[in-house]
Design a binder for this molecule. Structure first.
Ligand code: FUB
Length: 469
């Protein structure tokens, strides 16, 4: 993503429209709302309700700048059926601001809800971080501070002061991370949540950080997810972004990079949040997938997120099914078999939920069929029929006898024989990435992946997923 694009961003004047006191139903599938364009979602769970705070994209078709003046709220108790509560804050919430209602996040504390926002101030410099406060997740929200919490004049601030993520640890200490232009920053917050304490520090270990950090904690481990735009396993074109993540054993790091959670999406920007609702983890992100959508006309989507037993995160493949039962990778519940596996390799690799860093990454085992050549297969079998319409495969390439395949083909058991899945998209053979495959929905107890090797070589797989439709 080019910094020039940010510099061209709109400086539209404020429309200080009053918060819209409406609540309308939104749909159950991705994008979760199409009545307006929404971006930069920040989920928050209060009780059994997930709130999603998101900016509104108002850029007309063909306009290549952001036009964002409001922050909206949606809510759901099942991550499938959403209520749109309208705009709950806007640029006019901050008398010192003039444009660019960019990404924000709400953090609760002491019965209040603090909404940290990226917004363009009227003073010197460009983006600032403001904080509004309300007595409920839906507000009403008012400026909590009367001026920016972070601005370009803050010592050691980021090259672009946007995208705050605020986290209150179990001991009551609050932290804020933020930043853009490859410059992450962190600072402690006072217990009043509207003042910083101590110096702004530069977190270490957030490999390829671009913008949009999101912090959370699970089983005592700190997670930082963030947008990156490198072409070394993240995106094919650095105008786009992916979501990488890192973990740490203390809230200010140092961080250890763990891999990609969410690959390139249809919008150039990639901004996401993670939250747990009723025992299920979700990732909330945006794409350009809504009708008429684009890079400045984005839409919020939700999908389930899964962790491996070792705490690493399984890579998300965006679905159109929303956060419900559809889109689930059912490979881990299948019994795997194969035409051949080398005695020193492991068939268990293919559905053990590993998240390979690249095609040479054996850290979660590897399936390989050296010295066999030609067409070999791997297969999943479930005790009851599954309704499937997507798959993905991450190939193993040991740079020796095992190489990327020449081709592949998905088949399913139709009750009497294996036949090709209908309407299959090209079966990709790229290394260092997931190769998604879509097909028309089939109901089956068995799915087979036929893998044809390149001449003189064998093939291997690090992870093979099968998704419920
Ligand atoms: O929506 C405006 C900006 O785009 C956000 O602040 C960034 O995270 C990117 O999504």
């Amino acid at each position: 993503m080019s910094p020039r694009r940010w510099l061209a961003a709109s400086c539209a004047l404020v429309t200080a429209a009053a918060a819209v006191a409406i609540a309308t139903a939104a749909q159950a599938a991705n994008p979760i709302i199409t009545s307006i364009y929404t971006a930069d979602p920040a989920p928050l769970v209060v009780g059994n309700t997930m709130y999603v705070y998101a900016g509104r994209d108002e850029a007309p078709t063909g306009n290549n700048n952001f036009l964002m003046r409001e922050w909206h709220v949606l809510s759901s108790t099942d991550a499938q059926n959403w209520t749109h509560h309208g705009a709950r804050a806007n640029i006019g919430t901050f008398s010192w601001a003039g444009a660019d209602a960019w990404a924000g996040e709400v953090e609760p504390r002491n019965g209040k809800y603090y909404w940290y926002t990226s917004v363009n101030g009227n003073g010197p410099g460009w983006m600032n971080i403001g904080v509004a406060v309300g007595d409920s997740p839906l507000g009403p929200f008012t400026d909590a501070k009367g001026g920016p919490l972070i601005s370009d004049s803050t010592a050691n601030s980021s090259g672009l002061n946007i995208d705050p993520t605020v986290f209150v640890d179990d001991d009551g200490q609050a932290y804020m991370y933020w930043g853009g232009y490859w410059a992450p920053r962190a600072v402690r917050l006072a217990s009043n949540m509207i003042d910083t304490v101590g110096p702004v520090v530069t977190p270490q270990g957030l490999t390829n950080f671009w913008e949009a950090p999101w912090m959370f904690k699970r089983n005592g481990l700190y997670y930082m997810m963030y947008a990156a735009n490198d072409t070394g396993g993240c995106v094919t074109n650095s105008n786009y972004a992916c979501q990488r993540y890192a973990t740490a054993t203390s809230p200010l790091g140092p961080w250890t990079h763990r891999g990609v959670v969410l690959g390139q999406v249809s919008s150039t920007t990639n901004h996401a949040g993670v939250v747990e609702l009723n025992g299920q983890w979700y990732i909330v992100y945006h794409t350009a997938d809504a009708p008429g959508g684009g890079n400045f006309r984005r839409s919020v989507a939700v999908d389930k997120l899964y962790f491996n037993a070792d705490g690493t995160i399984q890579r998300v493949i965006p679905t159109t099914g929303g956060g419900g039962g559809s889109g689930t990778n059912v490979a881990p519940s299948a019994t795997a078999s194969t035409s051949y596996v080398s005695s020193w390799e492991s068939l268990a690799a293919i559905n053990n939920g590993g998240t390979p860093a690249n095609s040479q990454d054996r850290s979660n085992l590897a399936y390989g069929n050296w010295p066999e050549q030609g067409t070999q297969w791997i297969e999943y079998q479930w005790p009851a029929a599954r309704s499937l319409n997507r798959s993905s495969v991450y190939w193993f390439d040991d740079n020796q006898g095992i190489d990327l395949p020449a081709s592949c083909q998905l088949q399913y058991w139709n009750g009497s024989q294996y036949v090709n899945v209908p309407g299959q998209s090209p079966c990709g053979v790229a290394g260092d990435t997931e190769n998604p495959i879509t097909f028309n929905t089939v109901s089956t107890t068995r799915l087979r992946l036929n893998i044809t090797s390149r001449t003189g070589l064998s093939t291997g797989v690090l992870e093979w997923k099968a998704f419920q439709s």
